[in-house]
Design a protein around this ligand. Structure first.
Ligand SMILES: Cc1cc2nc3c(=O)[nH]c(=O)nc-3n(C[C@H](O)[C@H](O)[C@H](O)COP(=O)(O)O)c2cc1C
Length: 213
């Protein structure tokens, strides 16, 4: 079943869905995703987030050029030389790499993008500002999943931040923090691959193993 309402099942199956069909996504579903985004926590509830919904193929294509350039120069070679992350088999990692390459080539073909931005004004983007947009991004990924839509949190365009943000037409002081390409997935939602809690959780003191219940 592609749609779900159980929040734990949704979290466990909200994977990066990089292979998307070109079929149009109804506007009311995008609106639901955005509505989920603005429910998120944000510092002081100042809501300096801004979301740019893009369907225009010309704009997406212009940004894809930088997304691909960053892959060719940086991500592609890095993937080839790295070992699988914790909790991920070599086979799964190779599949992920193929999917990353696929999205790179087809980034602009995703029917809708949501670009998550913050109006930073004169402030430089930082961990503080990022902390006020990524909860909204995660809410939108979960909402897309709940609606049976695929999406991926992408930030690679930031390698060419100035050029990509000019192509997106962002005004002075507004910065992008993620681009979510959204569409109906070609494949099926499956469980995420993650390492055991014991590998990443400590109890009381750093390095002290967490006694898993
Ligand atoms: C900060 C951040 C940036 C990311 N940027 C990209 C990206 O530019 N392109 C991409 O294909 N995936 C990107 N991802 C997705 C991750 O690669 C993905 O979440 C991770 O491999 C785990 O895969 P899963 O979510 O399918 O389990 C990004 C994820 C995060 C959290």
């Amino acid at each position: 079943m592609s749609e779900s309402t159980d929040v734990f099942e949704i979290m466990q199956t909200t994977r990066a869905m990089r292979r998307l069909r070109p079929d149009a996504v109804p506007d009311e579903l995008i609106r639901k995703i955005l509505q989920a985004g603005v429910c998120a926590a944000n510092g002081g509830n100042t809501q300096r987030w801004r979301f740019l919904v893009i369907k225009d193929p010309k704009i997406k294509q212009a940004v894809q050029v930088y997304y691909k350039r960053a892959f060719d120069e940086w991500i592609g070679p890095r993937y080839l030389n790295s070992t699988p992350p914790p909790g991920v088999t070599k086979e799964r990692y190779l599949r992920q790499h193929a999917a990353v390459e696929y999205l790179t080539e087809h980034f602009h073909e995703a029917p809708v993008w949501i670009v998550a931005c913050i109006d930073d004004g004169a402030d430089a983007p930082s961990r503080w500002t990022g902390a006020s947009i990524y909860p909204a991004v995660q809410n939108m990924l979960l909402a897309a999943r709940a609606l049976g839509l695929g999406a991926t949190l992408t930030t690679r365009h930031l390698r060419y931040e100035k050029e990509a943000e000019a192509a997106l037409g962002l005004p002075e002081g507004v910065h992008s923090y993620a681009i979510l390409p959204i569409g109906y997935p070609m494949g099926r939602f499956g469980p995420v691959g993650r390492t055991a809690l014991a590998d990443v959780v400590y109890e009381e003191r750093w390095g002290n193993p967490y006694r898993d219940a």
